[in-house]
Structure formats: structure tokens, C-alpha cells
Design a protein. Structure first.
Length: 305
């Protein structure tokens, strides 16, 4: 496997945040769901995921930088051999080329392959590695929750439960769905990093949802009942008489579900729209009406230099 720094395209002194940004950028473009039938892209995606798994873990990254593990996170036999050699030399320093009194060369292999004195037949046992995947979902799927099927690096498929109210950048943990352990060790975990695509109407702020609603001039002047979209579907709201552009209506409990079930609110910002195309009768009325008026809405302190 390639050097994980080269795989992610980052410097060896890159920060954890730089590594995460590089991974997310690559994972989004290489994800198998976006590249069906492209084995080379899938292979590259697996390499990127494995590289991020190693470098995002400070302990694993340190071991790799010190040469204790290889690019796949496996212990390097040559490093373990050198450690065992050094311990053997230290135990019998100065006794000559036989590596020290009482030193047994087979101890090196016992340490490398997981045994020890009295356990020559024992196996090496280690927890499996954690694996990180990227998953992109749309705004309403994040709001309402659901189930998405993903393909794991080993070829298996897994149904991922998307909790209602999931946020962009949120990470879901799937216990025991990482790589298998060695020698009967427990498997690692899978981490799913969620990216939420923007919606053409809704905008999220915390657990509140914002939407802009265009209204006709007569609806704004006279008041009306109009339909507006929410993440649960369309609902009717009542406009007060004399509503203006920028007026906000609050729909309590119509926002995003929170972690404990409580929901945020939805805010509807009104935008008064003139007729399109212009109405001749309205234009004639306003011309006559304007002759009697001298309104200037640009008198607030923000308009003073």
C-alpha cells in the first residue's frame, strides 16, 4: 500500500484538520455510490479510507511515523526484531557475541508473532482497525431520518440508520463494523461521516429552519391565508394585514428534531412581489396615489453617511 500521506495528498506535518479535509474531499469524489461500475475508482476509495483510518488516529499515526507499523497499520516485524535484539543486548551487555547470558534467540520470534515464554503456541490477538466512510444525503432525508445502504471496503453491504435531524458533518458510529480482529480480537468500528446537500428552499440554523415565501401585493396589504412548505409537508399560515417584505412568521415546533426529540421552529420570511408582468390598472392607480404622498423609506440611521 502507498504511503498514507501521499494517498491523501498531505504533508507529513499536516494537522488533524488538514487530514480530515483532504479525506472528505477525496471521499466525496471517489465514493462507489457516485462511481458505479468503476473498479479502479473503488480501489482508490478503499486506499483513501484506509489511509485516513491510520492518520486520523493519533496513536496509529505516531507508530507509523516511528516505523513501528506499516501503511496498513500492521506491526513491522523488522521493528519488533530490532527491539527484541536491543533488549537482549541490554540484558547481557559486555558478555560477547552470543547476545548475552541466558538470551534465547527464539524469544525474538515469540515477541514478533505474539507468544512468550510458556506460550509458544499462543496466537497474536489484536482489535481490528476502525474504518471511516463518507455518505452524502439530501436535506429532507437528514431532517426526517431514514435508512441508507452503503457498500463497505470488504464488499459487504450495510443498512445505515439516519437519525431524524442529522447535521452536516455529523459522524455516525457503527460498532463492530470495522475490519475483523486478529487472533480472535474484537472487530473495529465503522464511522460514517455525513454530508448534507443544501435545499433550494430550506436553510438550517441550529435546529431552526428558515424559508422565504413570496406573497402578492394584495395578500400583503389585505391579509390572506397561504400555504408554505415545511419539512413535514405544506401547511397553511395566516398573513396579517399590512405585512411587509422581511416580516417573519414563526411556526412553533416545525423545525428540526433535536437529539432528545424536542424540535426547533420554522421561520417564514415574507417577500412582497409586484405583478409580473406589471398591471396597467395598478400602475395608473399608484401614479395618481403617489402625487398625494411623499413617503421616503430611506430615512433610517443606516442610510446616513
Amino acid at each position: 500500500m502507498r504511503d498514507p500521506y501521499d494517498t491523501l495528498g498531505v504533508r507529513r506535518d499536516a494537522s488533524a484538520d488538514d487530514i480530515k479535509k483532504a479525506y472528505r474531499k477525496l471521499a466525496k469524489s471517489l465514493h462507489p455510490d457516485l462511481n458505479p461500475g468503476k473498479p479502479e475508482v473503488e480501489r482508490r476509495f478503499k486506499e483513501v479510507s484506509a489511509a485516513y483510518d491510520l492518520l486520523s488516529d493519533q496513536e496509529k499515526r505516531g507508530k507509523y511515523d516511528r516505523g513501528e507499523v506499516d501503511a496498513q497499520g500492521n506491526p513491522r516485524a523488522d521493528h519488533a526484531y530490532r527491539d527484541a535484539w536491543a533488549r537482549g543486548r541490554g540484558a547481557g551487555a559486555g558478555v560477547g557475541p552470543d547476545m548475552g547470558a541466558g538470551f534465547d534467540p527464539s524469544d525474538i520470534f515469540e515477541e514478533v508473532f505474539g507468544g512468550g515464554k510458556g506460550r509458544r503456541r499462543g496466537g497474536f490477538r489484536a482489535r481490528g482497525a476502525d474504518v471511516t466512510y463518507a455518505l452524502t444525503i439530501d436535506f429532507l432525508e437528514a431532517a426526517r431520518g431514514g435508512t441508507r445502504r452503503i457498500k463497505l471496503a470488504d464488499g459487504r453491504t450495510l443498512d445505515v440508520n439516519i437519525p431524524p435531524g442529522t447535521e452536516d458533518g455529523q459522524t455516525l458510529r457503527l460498532k463492530g463494523q470495522g475490519t475483523p480482529g486478529l487472533g480472535g480480537g474484537t472487530p473495529g468500528d465503522a464511522y460514517i461521516e455525513i454530508s448534507v446537500t443544501p435545499h433550494h428552499l430550506f436553510r438550517r440554523e441550529g435546529n431552526d429552519v428558515h424559508v422565504e415565501a413570496p406573497v402578492a401585493i394584495q395578500e400583503a396589504l389585505l391579509g390572506a391565508s397561504i400555504e408554505v412548505p415545511t419539512i413535514d409537508g405544506r401547511v397553511k399560515v395566516k398573513l396579517p394585514k399590512g405585512a411587509n417584505t422581511g416580516t417573519k412568521l414563526r411556526l412553533k415546533g416545525r423545525g428540526m428534531p433535536g437529539p432528545k426529540g424536542a424540535r426547533g421552529d420554522q421561520y417564514v420570511t415574507l417577500k412582497v412581489m409586484l405583478p409580473d408582468p406589471p398591471d396597467p390598472a395598478l400602475t395608473a392607480f399608484v401614479e395618481e396615489w403617489a402625487e398625494k404622498r411623499h413617503d421616503n423609506p430611506r430615512t433610517g440611521p443606516e442610510w446616513k453617511e
